[in-house]
Design a protein around this ligand. Structure first.
Ligand code: UDP
Length: 348
């Protein structure tokens, strides 16, 4: 396939970054990855190679390091666009270490934006989050729904990053920005060659659930069954990570083909469907034939009750749609967990 050009993927060995690198290869792009491996490992590159047949170019670079980042760009003078994933992402950790989060997430973005014009890079796709909407008053959430005050330093960094990109794109009409607001990414590549690598005890539902089924954790706690939802548990919009990765390729195609209507565009990336925690458990059991040991626990502080996307803007403008069924996605998460177990079995 013809090489459609080099795309710098920061955080490319991470969960969403690695799946996006695969989809970039599949679409004929050449992903070049930088990552400081703070929450991933080098073996992910072999996973990408097992799927695509190509070992991606990789360098261990921390985006906070302006000098190294600049030297990297100098060595790769033909980068067409950047997809910026490299960031810290744990809500709880951000409350304990806010300065680490502001430095990691904000300094990295500013470094990239300051270096881009020096190397004639005009295009950036940014990983944002539905966390910017807080608990919305109206569901589903569109891109025009109000941004609510952030409830954690992590959430603040996503809002600040969006503001920085908005201001930078207003000041420089040559700069094209796409903000992708992810809902809840779950699952793994169907090959089980790459997936999520949770560090320590997982906070997120899916890795905790699969680790529980695998016997690494005793019981999955369902945080609250007294919410104003049909079954009382919280509702989210769970988006398959491969579908999510493909949306990044659509965003890159759009800006490189100059089809963007403004130099800053925002897209919600979700399925458009809300699913409760108890529905996730039931569907997982149906898809895999495995029992999920769970108990109802008190509400988790800071959780919002329900949120799901109106993804019609991305459907129409990016020509992208979430395709995987929830069953397929949950099965892929389980296959990935089993693969991890084969590699390094461990007990609680
Ligand atoms: N959740 C749960 N038990 C867990 C982890 C999460 O019941 O061990 C629930 C959580 O309350 C929320 C949903 O699962 O309703 C998704 O949580 P997650 O942390 O994965 O993502 P969030 O939407 O909070 O960013």
């Amino acid at each position: 396939m013809a090489n459609k050009g080099k795309i710098l993927v920061t955080g490319g060995t991470g969960y969403i970054g690695s799946h996006t690198a695969v989809e970039l290869f599949n679409a004929g792009y050449e992903p070049v990855i930088i990552d400081n491996l703070s929450n991933s490992n080098i073996g992910v590159l072999d996973g990408i190679k097992a799927i695509t047949g190509t070992l991606p170019t990789y360098e261990n670079i921390d985006c906070k390091d302006y000098i190294s980042l600049g030297h990297f760009m100098e060595r790769h003078s033909d980068i067409k666009a950047i997809i910026h994933f490299a960031a810290s992402k744990s809500v709880g950790e951000s409350v304990e270490q806010p300065l680490v989060y502001y430095r990691n997430n904000i300094v990295s973005l500013i470094n990239l934006l300051q270096l881009m014009p020096k190397f004639n890079i005009n295009n950036i796709v940014f990983s944002s989050s539905c966390t910017v909407y807080g608990q919305p008053d109206v569901l589903p959430v569109t891109e025009n729904s109000p941004i609510k005050p952030a409830t954690s330093p992590y959430g603040s960094t996503k809002q600040m990053s969006e503001t920085i990109l908005r201001d930078a794109s207003a000041a420089d009409k040559n700069l094209n920005v796409v903000l992708l607001r992810y809902f809840n990414p779950i699952g793994a590549h169907p090959s089980a060659e790459i997936g999520e690598l949770p560090n320590g005890i997982p906070n997120n539902l899916l890795p905790y659930l699969t680790q529980t089924v695998a016997g690494i954790r005793k019981t999955l706690k369902v945080f609250g069954n007294d919410y104003s939802t049909p079954d009382g548990s919280c509702i989210r919009d769970y988006i398959n990570v491969v579908d999510l990765a493909k949306a990044h390729v659509c965003a890159i195609d759009r800006i490189l083909e100059k089809k963007n209507k403004k130099n800053l565009e925002v897209f919600n990336l979700g399925t458009g469907k809300g699913v409760s925690v108890l529905e996730i458990i039931n569907t997982f059991e149906k898809a895999t034939g495995m029992k999920v040991p769970y108990e109802i626990a008190p509400r988790r502080t800071g959780d919002i009750e329900q949120v799901w996307a109106d993804a019609s803007h991305a459907n129409k403008e990016l020509g992208w749609k979430a395709e995987a069924t929830l069953e397929e996605t949950l099965l892929s998460a389980w296959k990935w967990q089993q693969k991890l177990q084969e590699r390094e079995p461990k007990a609680e």
